[in-house]
Ligand binder design. Structure first.
Ligand code: PMP
Length: 308
């Protein structure tokens, strides 16, 4: 039997090409949210996960029957767990204990093995989630660690897909992009692509106020998931970033809760982005077209943010 209406040959082809939707906030510029939570794994991280896995398959670093091991505060792990399940790999994810219950349950639902590690300010701490992932990878035969903080495919995924989509969807008329910074693959990839098209476009990142990048001498643990630059590596290209807004947990949580009541049930990094845009309102005009990256949905945080 042949079906003549189009369909995706695999769920993996449904990654990317997310829509823009206008947000109705009482400020002058047009605000368009890029709805990355409509990716099949529920977040923007489906994009780099697919790029990193397919490059490793291509290079022979990941072979049939292999294992994917990653340190992830959640979404990168969820994306890898979904892709691993579809492609037939085992997946092991280490997460810090600030990760929401829903994200851990989601990882397990995809069949991934999850190690919850104590949150620590020190990345080299052998009990921390980064060190634990490295240790597991070393011990597991046929294991591949995408290592999103050091993998150029993380940036390339956004340079090749997210950036061009934003440019085309706004017909090159956008003036600003606001987005959360974690591994910085998104900001570096989108920023590089858009600056090449029009260097006047402003790229504004949102980082946790007490991340290692924000407070090199005195970083502190924070509760906002998704954002926070604690590993400074080549995936951070400061040359394409115009400004970085520092986000406090209380502002991220309060704005995320507030906009859910306005109909936008999004995650903490999206709430942080909205808070940053509202704080920038005086510097924006009615002619500006602002793209806000809504990286994931509020459904991943019901117990942590909404039903507390
Ligand atoms: N928002 C959310 C919800 C995320 O999971 C992440 C990834 N940690 C980001 C924003 C930041 O993306 P990136 O790692 O590309 O900086």
């Amino acid at each position: 039997m042949t079906i003549t209406t189009p369909y995706y040959p695999t769920l993996l082809k449904r990654i990317g090409n997310t829509p823009l939707a206008r947000l109705e906030f009482d400020i002058k510029p047009t605000i368009l949210a890029k709805l990355e939570y409509l990716n099949p794994g529920g977040s923007i991280k489906d994009r780099p996960a697919l790029f990193m896995v397919e490059q490793a398959e291509h290079d022979g670093r990941l072979k049939p029957g292999g294992t994917i091991v990653e340190a992830s505060s959640g979404n990168q792990g969820i994306a890898l767990a979904m892709i691993g399940a579809i492609k037939g790999y085992q997946v092991i994810i280490t997460v810090p204990d600030r990760t929401s219950f829903e994200k851990i349950a989601t990882l397990q639902a995809y069949g991934a093995k999850v190690y919850v590690c104590p949150d620590t300010d020190d990345l080299e701490d052998p009990d921390g989630y980064h060190a634990k992932a490295k240790e597991i990878c070393k011990k597991t035969p046929g294991a591949f660690m995408p290592n999103q903080y050091y993998n150029v495919q993380n940036v390339k995924a956004h340079y090749t897909t997210t950036g061009p989509e934003i440019w085309e969807q706004t017909q090159g008329k956008l003036t600003h992009v606001f987005l959360g910074m974690g591994s910085c693959g998104t900001i570096s990839g989108i920023g590089r692509y858009l600056k090449e098209q029009n260097p006047a476009i402003k790229i504004i990142g949102v980082d946790a106020a007490t991340s290692k990048r924000s407070c090199p001498d005195n970083p502190k643990a924070y509760k906002t998931e998704g954002i926070g630059v604690d590993v400074i590596s080549d995936t951070l290209d400061m040359s394409v970033i115009d400004d970085i807004v520092l986000m406090k947990d209380e502002d991220a949580f309060a704005t995320t809760r507030k906009i859910a009541k306005q109909g936008y049930l999004v995650g903490l990094s999206s709430g942080s982005v909205v808070h940053a845009i509202l704080g920038y309102a005086d510097k924006l005009s009615a002619d500006d077209i602002v793209v806000a990256i809504f990286a994931d949905s509020g459904r991943a945080y019901l117990s942590k943010v909404f039903n507390v």
